[in-house]
Design a protein around this ligand. Structure first.
Ligand code: GLY
Ligand code: MN
Ligand code: MN
Length: 438
């Protein structure tokens, strides 16, 4: 649980960083219709949750530093008893103030009326400039209204600044409370991956294994995956974001599972690749071991003072050397790396920031340089090799093999902590786990 004091501290910090005489606005995620009378499960916008903890649609948060009547204003749905009976609990204006710490709360319908007063006298307005939805238009309408009253002394804002970078820089560094949520998401995701490894048998379908993952997530109260689970047997593993999960799992194939649960709005993101029948073939083992070695080399580069690209470069070096050794590439290592000759087999980066969004926010470069890793950052380390069956120029033993191994890693003061280290990953560990009858 993130305590209300932490949400408050985030707002204070944001307001301290804003320019003098400025104001910031942020809209909640919308409720999205799936089909007639049915909505998708609601998931709050990550920035909105980060600053407010308020998980309802139809809300706008306003941060107005040094405003006498209060700095944090929440526009939201008024409490409606009928709504409470039909569609569930909601905070209402009183809850917005008492539970979520708003200094003032107004019905969302009054935003248009009140916004011009809030903007009057503020020189700069922060909001997500690329935001979808109504908010940018509502802000501009309010600015025009203030402008029209300029002769009566009103002072319209003249500067519009993207709110994202202020919030995202802060989100990049995880607090203890955030790490607790992340650890829980990871813990349950590990149980789910273990369950999948123990359950799979030749002849089962990919969706049956997806069901095992979901079962484990849900029985721990984690009702949503952080992203659509990838359950990819055999060659399907070569489709990076394969989510059809509809095919039969054959004896002799590998199964790649990329799945993580979401807990308290924090995402786990884990990939393991293992044999459907519990035993790696020789060719599979060689490719797997190569990816595992590359991952080890990458993780060894995760510590303060290293740059964002160091783990990726380390993984690429190991992969290229191995591909040459196995006869999948030919030539000088340094030239193959420079020419990116590995890209047909390894076409993605070795990781990304991880947090509330599975591909979390935060800059990867600062002043045109790859950014330095610092304690409190969380990233994935996920090299892979993908050799589709259509890859006719390589020896047939390698064709149809796709492997990715993905762990979630916290940068600590003196190195890193692999948050997902309890999930088997060596050939021996995986084969041993799969021998245990479920
Ligand atoms: N699950 C998506 C990714 O690994 O980036
Ligand atoms: Mn990932
Ligand atoms: Mn993943």
């Amino acid at each position: 649980m993130i305590r209300s004091a932490e949400f408050k501290q985030r707002r204070k910090q944001l307001m301290r960083q804003m320019k003098k005489h400025s104001i910031a606005l942020l809209a909640s995620a919308p409720a999205v219709t799936r089909n007639r009378d049915v909505e998708y499960p609601f998931r709050q916008d990550s920035d909105f949750h980060y600053l407010t903890g308020f998980d309802e649609p139809e809300a706008v948060a306003v941060f107005a530093p040094k405003r006498e009547l209060g700095e944090f204003i929440l526009f939201c749905r008024e409490y409606d008893e009928t709504k409470a009976v039909w569609t569930g609990r909601h905070a209402g204006l009183e809850g917005a103030r008492e539970v979520f710490g708003a200094d003032e709360a107004y019905p969302i319908q009054e935003l248009g009326k009140i916004l011009p007063q809030l903007l009057d006298g503020r020189r700069a307005v922060y909001y997500p400039l690329a935001a979808e939805g109504e908010l940018p238009r509502q802000i501009m309408a309010a600015v025009l209204e203030v402008r029209e009253k300029a002769r009566a002394g009103a002072k319209p804002p003249t500067e519009f600044i993207d709110l994202d970078s202020l919030v995202h820089e802060k989100r990049l560094f995880k607090s203890e409370a955030e790490l607790q949520l992340l650890r829980k998401a990871v813990e349950v995701s590990i149980l789910a991956h273990r369950r999948a490894m123990k359950t799979v048998r030749p002849g089962m379908f990919e969706y049956q294994i997806e069901a095992e993952l979901m079962h484990e997530f849900m029985r721990h109260g984690l009702r949503s995956p952080a992203y659509s689970s990838i359950v990819a047997g055999g060659e399907n593993a070569c489709v990076l974001h394969y989510t059809e999960n509809s095919e039969r799992l054959d004896d002799g194939d590998l199964l790649l599972i990329d799945a993580g649960a979401e807990y308290g709005n924090y995402a786990a993101d884990i990939t393991r690749t293992f044999p459907v029948n519990g035993r790696f073939s020789e060719a599979q083992r060689q490719i797997y071991q190569l990816v595992l070695d590359a991952q080890g080399a990458a993780i060894a580069e995760v510590r303060p003072g290293k740059r964002w690209n160091d783990p990726h470069d380390a993984a690429v070096r190991v992969l290229v050397k191995g591909l040459v050794r196995l006869g999948l590439l030919e030539g000088r290592i340094s030239k193959l790396i420079k020419d990116e000759a590995y890209k047909p087999f390894y076409m993605h980066r070795t990781g990304h920031w991880l947090g509330m969004d599975v591909h979390d926010v935060g800059d990867y470069k600062v002043d045109d340089e790859w950014r330095l890793l610092e304690p409190g950052m969380v990233l994935t380390v996920e090299p892979g090799l993908y050799i589709p069956a259509s890859c006719l120029h390589v020896d047939s033993q390698w064709r149809g093999i796709g492997v990715r191994i993905e762990d979630d890693v916290l940068v600590t003061r003196d190195g890193c902590e692999v948050l997902t280290s309890d999930l088997p990953k060596t050939v021996a560990e995986i084969e041993a786990l799969m021998r245990i009858e479920s």
